[in-house]
Design a protein around this ligand. Structure first.
Ligand SMILES: *[C@@H]1O[C@H](CO)[C@@H](O)[C@H](O)[C@H]1NC(C)=O
Ligand SMILES: *[C@@H]1O[C@H](CO)[C@@H](O)[C@H](O)[C@H]1NC(C)=O
Ligand SMILES: *[C@@H]1O[C@H](CO)[C@@H](O)[C@H](O)[C@H]1NC(C)=O
Ligand SMILES: *[C@@H]1O[C@H](CO)[C@@H](O)[C@H](O)[C@H]1NC(C)=O
Ligand SMILES: *[C@@H]1O[C@H](CO)[C@@H](O)[C@H](O)[C@H]1NC(C)=O
Length: 435
């Protein structure tokens, strides 16, 4: 009876303390948030004086102790969380590989409006330099560089990225940023320095003409925006980005975009003809040397994508509510629905600008009940590869990417006839649970 009473008293007092701590934490983190300084978690102090003063049993004391360390940990969590909540900023990382529609999906965020700072493939520079300097063979070093650059960029700091840009920017000014015009944030008035007559007149930036990019201006503009999004086709393993998810200054949302590997290969054979000339030759010959480096590379890519998705879908604590898997085929068929889901997942309001951009770019018209007409139309696009990829090649992809196909719900084909039979869909309806 007495012990029970004591425990409830202790908890009551502890609750009061938590309430007080929260107030202090909010005030402190408001200040910290304003100053943009990294915050170290606050330690709840002075709790010891409310420990029971009378002689409690040992069990009781240890219970109380563990209760307090729980409270302490919660407070730490709360104070870490609090800064993020105060600022409300979201940091969206769109992870994909080439030919999966990532530029299109990137636009969902690029079109968001004045609230969003969007960067298109900033890691292009990192990959380029590492390939030049080390042949790009050190995967550990690349992963680390990608991670650090992304982390800084989400904090609007361009300094590490700058060191990878060639030629090296002088006074933070560059003409060499990869596809600057693909980022509406970098073509805004506030980031658009005057054109220098003669020298940079060719520099078009969406609707206006801008001089070279002043990265100090870019950084200032970034800091003004509530949310930030980056699209990248270069990160190999989601797990390498764990420090971003755990950075208390960030609220990172990973969106992994995947596509049927058979369709990706078919698309790459057209888009990167020179690089895929072996595959093209094999398609003509009808024979694939299964232990060729190219085939091994394909398997490696599939495995990386699958391993990342497996971690994401497993929902370890560090990824909870931070991971979403999206299939290209679902976006092609239901763009509006999928965009809405992505925004809901990211915790950002879905703006009319995004909506109208999607309508305009998917030929979904209001008259013909929007999404449905898109679905019919895009379904054809989604299945096109089935008529360009020889069955022999599809078989090889199925062989080396089997587990990846299975995980994402892409049906295997067992014959040439099945491959080209439009009445058989190769996309299983699949819901990936991530919230
Ligand atoms: C407190 O309780 C312990 C055993 O539970 C006993 O050894 C000790 O003498 C008590 N101390 C007081 C001040 O009553
Ligand atoms: C604190 O946060 C971590 C990671 O988010 C979580 O695993 C842990 O259970 C939380 N601790 C408490 C006491 O809520
Ligand atoms: C690869 O990079 C890591 C991290 O920078 C480094 O520790 C390691 O020595 C490098 N390995 C090789 C083979 O260069
Ligand atoms: C770049 O922008 C910063 C901040 O607006 C400004 O102070 C600096 O003078 C600019 N640099 C040049 C070369 O215009
Ligand atoms: C799909 O869109 C194209 C291009 O706008 C159009 O020519 C075609 O008729 C559409 N197909 C269907 C089935 O609506």
């Amino acid at each position: 009876m007495r012990i029970k009473y004591t425990i409830s008293l202790v908890f009551f007092v502890a609750l009061v303390i938590i309430e007080k701590e929260n107030n202090i934490i909010s005030r402190v983190s408001d200040k910290l948030a304003l100053k943009q300084t990294p915050q170290t978690p606050l330690q709840p102090s002075g709790l010891s004086h409310i420990l029971p003063k009378h002689n409690a049993s040992f069990t009781m004391l240890s219970k109380t102790n563990s209760a307090f360390s729980l409270i302490k940990r919660r407070l730490e969590n709360y104070s870490q969380h609090k800064e993020v909540v105060t600022r409300g900023s979201k940091h969206i990382l769109l992870l994909a590989t080439t030919r999966t529609g990532s530029s299109f999906v990137g636009e969902f965020f690029n079109q968001q409006g004045d609230n969003m700072f969007f960067l298109f493939e900033p890691l292009w520079h990192v990959e380029k330099m590492l390939t030049l300097e080390t042949g790009g063979t050190n995967a550990t070093a690349s992963a680390k560089a990608y991670r650090d650059v992304l982390q800084q960029l989400f904090l609007c700091d361009f300094s590490l990225l700058e060191s990878f840009i060639e030629p090296l920017p002088v006074n933070h000014i560059t003409t060499g940023l990869f596809r600057r015009e693909s980022s509406s944030s970098l073509c805004q008035e506030s980031v658009c320095s005057p054109v220098i007559k003669g020298v940079f007149e060719r520099y078009r930036c969406r609707t206006r003409r801008c001089g070279p990019l002043n990265l100090t201006m870019a950084s200032e503009s970034c800091l003004q925006k509530e949310h930030r999004a980056i699209k990248s086709v270069r990160v190999r393993q989601l797990e390498n980005l764990r420090p971003l998810a755990e950075d208390p200054r960030l609220d990172v949302k990973f969106i992994q975009l995947v596509r049927d590997p058979r369709a990706v290969l078919a698309s790459r054979m057209v888009a990167f003809a020179a690089k895929y000339k072996n595959w093209k030759q094999w398609a003509i010959d009808g024979e694939v040397p299964i232990d060729d480096d190219e085939v091994r590379k394909l398997k490696g890519n599939c495995d990386n994508i699958r391993l990342s998705a497996e971690i994401g879908l497993r929902q370890p604590a560090w990824l909870r509510r931070r991971y979403m898997l999206v299939r290209y085929e679902d976006i092609a068929r239901f763009p509006m629905r999928k965009a809405t889901e992505m925004y809901r997942f990211a915790g950002i309001p879905f703006t009319p600008q995004v909506k109208s951009w999607i309508l305009k770019n998917t030929q979904a018209s209001k008259e013909t009940s929007g999404v449905y007409s898109t679905q019919k139309n895009s379904s054809e696009q989604v299945e096109k590869w089935r008529f360009s990829l020889p069955f022999k090649i599809a078989q090889v992809v199925q062989k080396v990417c089997g587990p990846t196909l299975k995980l994402f719900g892409y049906k295997f084909v067992s014959s040439e006839e099945m491959l080209t039979d439009k009445s058989i869909s190769l996309i299983e309806d699949k819901v990936f649970n991530f919230v």
